[in-house]
Design a protein around this ligand. Structure first.
Ligand SMILES: [Zn+2]
Length: 507
């Protein structure tokens, strides 16, 4: 790929490797939007024949390439020669300080605006970059840095190689006059992962010392909790992404405005770093299972924060996620919302907040040791692959040694959450406390099962007493001997469950 000196058009040759399906079609269809295709070549029929031109049809959205008839499913390749000024996906523009730069931003389906690929999260691939840039520019891209070849006129070609299959929505390059600093590599066993912070020179000291101060520790904490870092290096990059952060495999892009305003903080770094495991290495096969990416990243941002800074981060973090969901406009939609056709609308409090809460509640349901066994097995089994919610359920059921279909149906496929009405009364003659718990959420949401709901009874001379009940029906009553009149009953005092509760006492 050859990038221009400033705004304008770029030119590229994309070598696309593929395997033909069994029922071998004689054409290959690639997504490519709004560019000019100059020619397509493929290796000739005989071993001696070099590249030969292939016929193609391009309607501005799909590139269909005619292939030679062939038997077998061995690896093949075509080379697409193309150029243009991308309307989206790759942004050739000036950075915050007015210097020309180039940054890709692909989620969910904008890689096709500058790369000819099968642009679908179910179809991951390794990627190798060779990017020619003007004098003084540096390039960051997915994978291991291979080398920089100097060329005439001060231009240089930077080569990166990502060997693991990654989703197209994370295939990126960034280029411009950036400063790159090396942090301490993350270490796990004999492996070490280079950690780099790329920024505009004016922002480099801030980036190193504030948001990315613990970039290495965050990676090492994820490795301890989940498993080895999935890729060759990790670069944290100031960029022109439209998102609050974009988890591109090995090259996370953050938007430049929070650097310039000096308000980029570590929470987003923990979220995007967690995506390297969940989203990038283990990828949702279908965007409707986006919670497997965003819910995991939100939960692990909190879990890693708690591992670094203590348990209060966990409690505050989960409470914040729950609040955000309860206030959101999507509580009436199921988390896995297969009816939603606009992919960007899936970036909502269901995929993020509720997805994170689902993991927290699953952990409370199966217990810590089964939860972590399951998470590690899920990563081990599906790393470099793509998954559905059913795959995750199966691994967690194996780890827990029991069926969890009810849990996933209620939390992924039913909309809403339990709205509890809790009425208590104390019988002074019998010195007994009666508590009626009723699920009052809309019938369309269905009923929920809470296998261990804690009720805390305060009052009298001693400390509050906690009792745990298993809530599994629309209405349940419990009675306890309580020598003194309670002053208060609290529901789920540790905030383990995504619910609301109205508590009132009856005379
Ligand atoms: Zn995310």
């Amino acid at each position: 790929m050859t990038l221009p000196d400033s705004e304008g058009t770029f030119a590229a040759q994309a070598v696309v490797a593929f395997r033909r399906a069994k029922a071998a079609p004689d054409s290959l269809a690639l997504d490519l939007v709004g560019l000019t295709v100059d020619s397509v070549t493929a290796p000739g029929a005989s071993r001696a024949a070099r590249q030969e031109r292939r016929p193609f049809a391009y309607d501005g959205r799909k590139l269909r390439i005619g292939l030679r008839p062939r038997r077998g499913t061995g690896a093949e390749s075509v080379v697409v020669f193309y150029h243009g000024a991308p309307a989206d996906g790759l942004f050739l523009r000036r950075d915050a300080r007015g210097r020309p730069s180039a940054f890709a931003d692909d989620w969910p389906d904008r890689a096709r605006d500058w790369l000819p690929t099968v642009d679908d999260p179910a179809d991951k691939a390794p990627v190798r970059w060779e990017v020619s840039v003007p004098a003084g520019w540096r390039v960051v891209a997915n994978g291991r840095f291979v080398r920089r070849d100097a060329a005439a006129g001060g231009r240089a070609t930077w080569i990166y190689d990502e060997r693991s299959p990654i989703p197209t929505y994370t295939m990126v390059l960034g280029a411009g006059r950036m400063t790159a600093s090396r942090h301490r590599p993350a270490v796990l066993g004999n492996d070490s992962v280079p950690i780099e912070v790329w920024a505009e020179p004016e922002d480099s000291a801030f980036a190193d010392s504030v948001p990315f101060r613990r970039a290495t520790e965050i990676v090492e904490t994820m490795e301890r909790l989940v498993g080895p870092f999935p890729f060759e290096k990790l670069a944290e990059v100031e960029s022109s992404t439209r998102y609050g952060g974009m988890e591109n495999s090995t090259a996370i892009f953050y938007p430049e405005q929070p650097y310039v305003a000096r308000r980029l903080s570590e929470g987003v770094v923990r979220h995007e770093t967690a995506h390297q495991w969940f989203g990038d290495a283990v990828t949702e096969r279908d965007f409707h299972d986006l919670w497997l990416s965003e819910g995991f990243a939100d939960y692990f941002a909190v879990v890693v924060g708690a591992a670094l800074d203590g348990d209060s981060v966990m409690r505050r973090g989960v409470a914040g996620l729950m609040r955000g969901y309860l206030r959101s406009p999507v509580v009436g939609r199921p988390l896995v919302d297969s009816a939603e056709t606009v992919l960007t609308r899936l970036l909502n409090a269901n995929s993020y907040n509720k997805g994170a809460c689902v993991l927290h509640m699953l952990r409370r349901t199966v217990g810590d040791s089964a939860f972590w066994r399951g998470i590690r097995a899920y990563y081990r089994e599906y790393r470099d692959s793509s998954v559905s919610s059913a795959d995750f359920q199966r691994v967690m059921e194996q780890a827990a040694g029991r069926q969890l279909g009810w849990f996933f149906i209620e939390w992924l496929h039913q909309p809403g959450y339990p709205q509890l009405d809790v009425a208590w009364r104390w019988d002074s003659a019998g010195r007994r406390l009666s508590i009626d718990v009723t699920q009052t959420q809309p019938a369309a949401w269905g009923l929920f099962t809470l296998p261990a709901l804690t009720l805390e009874v305060a009052g009298g001379s001693g400390p509050p007493i906690q009792r745990t009940i298993a809530l599994s029906s629309a209405r349940q009553s419990v009675q306890w001997d309580t020598p003194e009149r309670p002053t208060d009953v609290r529901v789920d005092p540790d905030g383990d469950w995504l619910l609301t509760a109205q508590v009132h006492s009856q005379p």
